[in-house]
Design a protein around this ligand. Structure first.
Ligand code: ADP
Ligand code: MG
Length: 243
């Protein structure tokens, strides 16, 4: 795995001693058919490197919107988001693509794996996109699959894998580039209790071993309880729950 600090400086020239994320008065509204709906009002949030956070809230409360903003997949309509001190609004399309490729790992409820490729190739994809040689990308993907106990499925087409195995391949792909943070949207939403627990174990193992921060949107109270911080989105505001 590549060195974290070297990664960070290449992708961002940001300061790794600064918080991973700082959100200042972040708002997001959508223009609906008749009216403008405000999903996020004024979100202030700091996420430090290596922290684990759960974001909970009822359906439609804006959890995915918030995660997409953190992932540079959506832009806020008000306020600012800083990643390692860099203002996302000031980054070019290419810089944001590089940030997503090197520093952010995405895990969704539905795995979004490429059906024409096997588990190893799917896991290797971020390195291939970043321009690594095929041999190097596959070597790294093999290491990650081994670590998450899926090497025996490396050559399986992903359509032949179980739901839990697919989600673990998606996690392998998300961590391939040794990102600073994994952004996960309902990662256990589609899994039975036992498999969901395995996926949660895996995310927390990666946090413990690599210091990968976790921001996990979830309806699963057991998963939320395993995160260090728990935040609830309600009426467009974010409330930190104390335990
Ligand atoms: P959650 O993930 O908590 O269920 P979302 O962030 O997906 O919530 O959505 C929050 C609200 O924003 C919902 O009412 C949804 O319909 C609305 N919304 C999300 N995306 C769009 C969009 N692109 N255009 C209009 N409304 C949207
Ligand atoms: Mg959602």
């Amino acid at each position: 795995m590549r060195d974290r600090a070297e990664n960070m400086s290449k992708a961002l020239a940001g300061d790794p001693t600064l918080p991973l994320y700082r959100l200042e008065s972040v708002g997001r509204a959508y223009d609906g058919p008749g009216e403008r709906i405000t999903v996020l009002r004024s979100i202030n949030l700091t996420v430090r490197a290596g922290e684990t956070l759960a974001v909970v809230g009822s359906s439609g409360s804006g959890k995915s919107t918030l995660l997409h903003i953190l992932g540079t997949l959506a832009e806020p309509s008000a306020g600012s988001v800083f990643f390692a001190g860099r203002n996302l609004a000031k980054m070019s399309f290419g810089q944001k693509a590089e940030l997503r490729n090197r520093e952010l790992g995405f895990v969704f409820q539905f795995h979004h794996l490429l059906p024409d490729f096997n588990a190893l190739e799917n896991a290797a994809m971020p390195a291939l996109i970043a321009g690594a040689s095929k041999a190097a990308a596959l070597r790294r993907a093999r290491e990650v699959l081994e670590r998450i106990g899926l090497l025996h499925r490396a050559n399986y087409n992903v359509t032949l894998l179980s739901g839990g195995e697919r989600q673990r391949v998606a996690i392998a792909r998300a961590v391939l580039q040794n990102p600073a943070v994994i952004l996960a949207d309902e990662p256990t939403g589609n899994l039975d209790e036992h498999t969901g627990r395995q996926v949660a174990d895996l995310l927390l193992d990666l946090n413990a071993a690599n210091g990968t921060a976790l921001v996990v949107v979830t309806h699963n109270p057991e998963l939320a309880d395993r995160m260090e911080r728990r935040l609830e989105l309600k009426s467009g505001e974010l409330y930190e729950q104390t335990r």
